[in-house]
Design a protein around this ligand. Structure first.
Ligand SMILES: Cc1cc2nc3c(=O)[nH]c(=O)nc-3n(C[C@H](O)[C@H](O)[C@H](O)COP(=O)(O)O)c2cc1C
Length: 320
């Protein structure tokens, strides 16, 4: 047992966080909606909703549906566009008692470069997260984050526009997430967020049509957690930069899985919709866990999952 209080401070690139907990983009608004229910001093940072160069109305409704396996969303990046955002919205956020991370989305390399440079220039913004799960209009709508080379071009363009910490948020909807991770690191990313939502679809069996107007959407919540834990574990072997683990975190046990798999910090998204006190509870319980295990800091458990405990593989594949 250690007698001192374990330290939860974390560093992601140059971003220093009092707590290793970020609030997922699109899941915590600007913090304002949560302030009456949650103590914003007890969270590391809020990742703001992704912003694009031009305003977007988003997809037609319904664009969020509940399934027994989690939440399916196809918001379609609704936002007022970077000019309005900088002029009218960002100034209102400056009094937040936690760090703010700006999230950039785009439909061309130039979009990412422009929005990153504009957003990062603002003092309210401590770091930038690149949401690369967007279609590239110059390449028949191919998702940037699904192609390692395209991801690298986005990261290089954004990197040229700022010295602030650049976090690249990886999509799980790829064959080899490590290939994308390596390219993002080589192109100048300071950290990786692992993972964004998993593509999915739900069908109304009485009406015989998709439940989302957009047909498909992104699945989030506990169902994607094992997918995310494995992605964090594999990406942590592939790169040296820190990882912000996310996907279905609801409890301290969930959070611990991510740290042990190799994440230096975690992000909480969907859980906030049902219980705004989840982040606070996780922080308190993390501290208690570290104290109980005799760990002086959160760093002591990062990547410490002992994979050598298993008996040698008898089969080549995972399944069956
Ligand atoms: C309603 C909703 C909106 C989201 N909007 C964004 C977004 O604008 N940009 C982004 O990078 N991720 C967005 N996400 C993804 C989350 O930030 C998070 O990475 C993902 O949901 C997995 O974590 P979770 O299972 O804890 O929610 C959104 C998720 C939800 C549920």
């Amino acid at each position: 047992m250690v007698n001192v209080r374990p330290s939860l401070t974390t560093r992601i690139g140059q971003l220093e966080l009092a707590y290793p907990t970020l609030m997922g983009s699109g899941c915590y608004g600007t913090g304002e909606e949560f302030a009456p229910f949650a103590d914003l001093r007890k969270i590391g940072a809020i990742v703001l909703k992704s912003v694009t160069r031009l305003p977007r109305l988003g997809n037609p409704m319904p664009r969020i549906v509940h399934t027994s396996a989690g939440m399916l969303n196809a918001i379609g990046l609704q936002n007022p566009g970077i000019e309005w955002y900088l002029e009218r919205e960002l100034p209102k956020y400056s009094g937040r008692p936690c760090k703010l991370v700006g999230s950039v989305a785009g439909f061309s390399i130039d979009d990412y470069a422009y929005v990153t440079q504009r957003l990062a220039a603002r003092s309210e913004i401590a770091a930038i997260e690149l949401n690369v799960s967007c279609p590239n209009v110059a390449s028949e709508g191919e998702t940037f984050g699904c192609d390692p080379g395209l991801t690298a071009r986005v990261v290089r363009a954004a990197r040229a526009g700022t010295d602030k910490t650049l976090i690249v948020k990886l999509s799980p909807n790829v064959t080899d997430i490590c290939a994308v991770a390596r390219e993002a690191e080589a192109a100048g990313a300071d950290a990786l967020a692992v993972i964004n939502t998993v593509r999915g679809m739900a069908i109304d069996v009485e009406a015989w049509h998709p439940r989302l107007a957009n047909v498909s959407g992104g699945l989030s919540g506990p169902a994607i957690r094992p997918v995310a834990v494995l992605a964090v574990y594999e990406v942590a072997q592939a790169v040296k930069i820190p990882i912000v683990g996310q996907g279905g975190i609801e409890t301290v046990t969930d959070a611990l899985e991510f740290f042990l798999a190799g994440a230096s910090a975690i992000s909480i998204g969907t859980a906030n919709f049902t219980d705004p006190r989840v982040p606070e509870r996780i922080v308190a319980e993390l501290e208690a866990y570290l104290a109980r295990r005799g760990c002086a800091s959160i760093d002591a458990i990062v990547g410490k999952a002992n994979v050598g405990f298993a008996t040698p593989h008898q089969y080549e594949g995972d399944e069956g």
